[in-house]
Write a protein that binds this ligand. Structure first.
Ligand code: EPZ
Length: 422
């Protein structure tokens, strides 16, 4: 088990060029299964979840080449529609293969993705939508098998603007007969990026990024070249880390319009943020105020930045209230922040944070991806030597985080803990 050893209390200073978004690259890699020629996908981050998705494509029979951040998928040789269970277990997002495999081959079998620490993570919206498109679904012993000779366009209304369900249904619909309308669709930038990729392959999609998505089915998808959008969640995490350490950071290669809600909240707490074209600049000023926050589907405040932003709020002047509206159990980082001196009380989906003068260094453990990022931000802000364990969670979504942080002046190093380390 790896850990970061961090000597905190120093402001981050410098510039960072953003890399591609994990949550755009994953569905796009899955969607490449439907193309009849190779797809060159640029800006693919080198992350554990992406490596697992590539392993799945290879296990299905695709040939995949990677050169730097460019991944070429040759889907012509795919023969299997059975997603290996051991790979499903390693990454929930394998569920994104359901729509594409069903659309291209008329069948797919995969194991139900497990829940995780942030919630049950059900897939009922995915299954209901796929069934509405004409698939038969059998569930047995934790496996889901969907079959359909043809998929037929239909109208689906999502109970909640689920990112994954919107992506799965959009992918299934692009090869269905006729028109599919998805109401109450998710509007995240990653949905728009997936639609852009699919249109590059010849799909007919309107309304991506709006509440209603309209897909006209086509018979074939050809290959394409696509540049993945920058990662707005990594960008937001780095801005929060600069604010929490009183540093100054210039992010380049970002899309400020994807971070409107975070930039608005940083202005509200009293931390000025400058933005232009593909650049965001932040000067971490002290003191800054506590604010109230509700996580919402895009364009609201992203649930994936709730934990890092909570760390910032532990150092604010005054009290903040955070309401986590998207996942039912996304406060696993609170106990660890308390061990560092934070004053937080949680009641169901609401957290009340009373600002403290400073956090104390400690040994803490990450139990999920974004909660782990919140602990790294806390360790950077706390004076003294901290250790953040559980990097297997953080490595899923942050590429070489220690390297990027060292480039910004942080005193951080990755250590491998012996199995019996206490
Ligand atoms: C995507 O997860 C992201 N993952 C998550 O990022 C992100 O937090 C989430 O969207 C919300 O923005 C990827 O894109 C790979 P949802 P997803 O379906 O699609 C409930 C990260 O840290 N729901 O929008 O799984 C669900 O339980 C990860 O990078 C159902 O009830 O999220 C949740 O409460 C974490 N039934 C809510 O909807 C369903 O069939 C939103 O989930 C599907 C979802």
């Amino acid at each position: 088990m790896d850990a970061f050893e961090i000597r905190g209390g120093w402001p981050l200073q410098g510039e960072m060029r953003m890399y591609g978004a994990k949550n755009a690259a994953l569905p796009i890699l899955a969607a490449s299964v439907m193309a009849e020629q190779e797809c060159l996908i640029q800006g693919v981050p080198d992350l554990e979840d992406v490596r697992v998705m590539i392993e799945i494509l290879v296990a299905l029979g695709a040939r995949v080449m990677r050169e730097g951040d460019a991944v070429t998928v040759f889907p012509q040789t795919i023969r299997s529609t059975n997603v290996p269970t051991y790979l499903m277990r390693r990454m929930r997002s394998s569920i994104f293969l359901m729509g594409p495999l069903l659309a291209r081959f008329g069948e797919v079998q995969l194991s139900r993705p497990g829940g995780c620490v942030i919630g049950q993570r059900p897939i009922d919206y995915h299954l209901r939508g796929i069934r509405a498109l004409g698939a038969r679904i059998e569930e047995r012993n934790g496996y889901v098998r969907a079959t359909a000779n043809r998929l037929f366009g239909t109208r689906v209304t999502l109970d909640f603007p689920s990112v994954g369900a919107t992506e799965n249904l959009m992918m299934a619909a692009v090869l269905a007969d006729g028109e599919t309308v998805i109401d109450n669709a998710a509007r995240e930038p990653e949905i728009v990026d997936l639609a852009d990729f699919l249109r590059g392959c010849g799909a007919h999609i309107r309304g991506a990024g709006e509440g209603t998505l309209v897909v006209q089915g086509v018979h074939h998808l050809h290959g394409t070249t696509h540049q993945v959008i920058p990662d707005r969640i990594v960008a937001g995490t780095m801005l929060i880390a600069a604010a929490a350490t009183g540093g100054s950071l210039t992010l380049t290669g970002v899309r400020p319009e994807h971070l409107g809600s975070l930039l608005g909240k940083l202005q509200e707490v009293g931390i000025p943020v400058a933005r232009e074209r593909d650049i965001i600049r932040i000067e971490g000023l002290r003191p800054f105020r506590g604010v109230n926050l509700r996580t919402e589907p895009y364009p609201g405040f992203p649930t994936d930045l709730q934990a890092p932003f909570m760390t910032l709020q532990t150092l604010a002047q005054g009290t903040s209230i955070i309401h986590e509206n998207v996942f039912e159990a996304r406060y696993k980082h609170v106990d660890e922040l308390r061990r560092m001196g934070a004053d937080i009380t949680v009641d169901m989906r609401t957290a009340i944070i009373r600002g403290v003068a400073g956090l104390s260094s400690a040994v803490v453990e990450a139990t999920d991806l974004r909660g782990g990022a919140a602990l790294v931000v806390a360790a950077l802000a706390a004076v003294g030597d901290s250790r953040v364990e559980g990097l297997q969670h953080i490595d899923r979504g942050y590429q070489e985080l220690d390297v990027y942080l060292r480039d910004l002046g942080a005193d951080v190093r990755r250590v491998v803990l012996s199995p019996d380390a206490v």
